[in-house]
Design a protein around this ligand. Structure first.
Ligand SMILES: Nc1ncnc2c1ncn2[C@@H]1O[C@H](COP(=O)(O)OP(=O)(O)O)[C@@H](O)[C@H]1O
Ligand SMILES: [Mg+2]
Length: 246
């Protein structure tokens, strides 16, 4: 049984079908990339999965359970964590306190007491490469570091499914390589399933095990990353006819 299943999921905003009859699944343990042009519905699709938005139609199942209409809080408790495109860190707290919040409130196992949560937060910061920033105020982190702090907070809650929205935007090649390694390590260490929206082709090629292409809210195609990126409709829709060199 797949860990996550979407069955004809739709989200309408007024007359616009931001997500249109999307049927897809994520298998236990896989890293699934979702790619597509701006406005394709990628973020909306993720928000439907984590309960930040309700589908207009269709069903979302997680571990066989219907979670279509659950609140984001309930979904979190069932073991799905998200890192959103715009970081949502707690500005008056330190980096470590931010990470520890995930262990206190995010866990399907009921959450940890403060001391243990701080220890967990510390470990997760080390994993995402922010160990030496633990006592900094969050406001001293750049945008990418804030996204990876959110990643630390998300995994501190011991999710089974991690949902990431463009966490590698704006990185140089070396940072990209390091980030790919971090995400792969996290998946391997915690046996996670990862659904990951990404714009950076190099990152998709380097990390994704399967790729779903969205265009105008529809699934255009899916498959192995290098197959998908050579699909004529993808080259046309995603890159305006330009052949990817990643
Ligand atoms: N809350 C909203 N209200 C109205 N329209 C929205 C809302 N969220 C997204 N949209 C629209 O839905 C479409 C898909 O947006 P989005 O999911 O953010 O795309 P992507 O993440 O692929 O760039 C866009 O046309 C966007 O303007
Ligand atoms: Mg988006």
């Amino acid at each position: 049984m797949p860990l996550l299943e979407l069955d004809e999921v739709e989200k309408h905003y007024g007359g616009l079908a931001a997500v249109n009859k999307v049927t897809m699944k994520a298998d236990d343990g896989e890293i699934l990339a979702i790619v597509g042009p701006n406005g394709a519905g990628k973020s909306t699709l993720l928000e439907l999965v984590v309960g930040l938005e309700r589908p207009t139609r269709g069903t979302v199942r997680f571990g066989g359970q219907d979670i279509t209409n659950l609140s984001s809080h309930r979904v979190r408790k069932l073991g799905i964590a998200m890192v959103q495109q715009t970081p949502r860190t707690f500005p008056t707290m330190t980096v470590l306190e931010n990470a520890a919040v995930g262990a206190m409130f995010g866990s399907p196992n009921g959450g940890h007491a403060e001391g243990k949560a701080l220890a967990t937060g510390n470990n997760m910061l080390e994993l995402v490469g922010l160990g030496d920033r633990r006592h900094d105020n969050v406001e001293n982190l750049n945008l990418h570091q804030q996204r990876f702090l959110e990643l630390a907070r998300a995994i501190a809650g011991q999710p089974r499914l991690l949902v990431l929205d463009e966490v590698m935007a704006g990185l140089n090649d070396a940072e990209l390589e390091a980030s790919i390694e971090i995400i792969r390590t996290i998946r391997d260490q915690f046996n996670l399933t990862i659904i990951w929206v990404e714009h950076v082709m190099k990152a998709v090629m380097g990390l994704a095990e399967r790729t779903v292409v969205l265009d105008f809210g529809n699934v255009l195609t899916e498959g192995l990353p290098d197959e998908v990126m050579r699909h004529p409709a993808v080259i046309e829709a995603y890159l305006g006819g330009e052949i990817p060199d990643a």
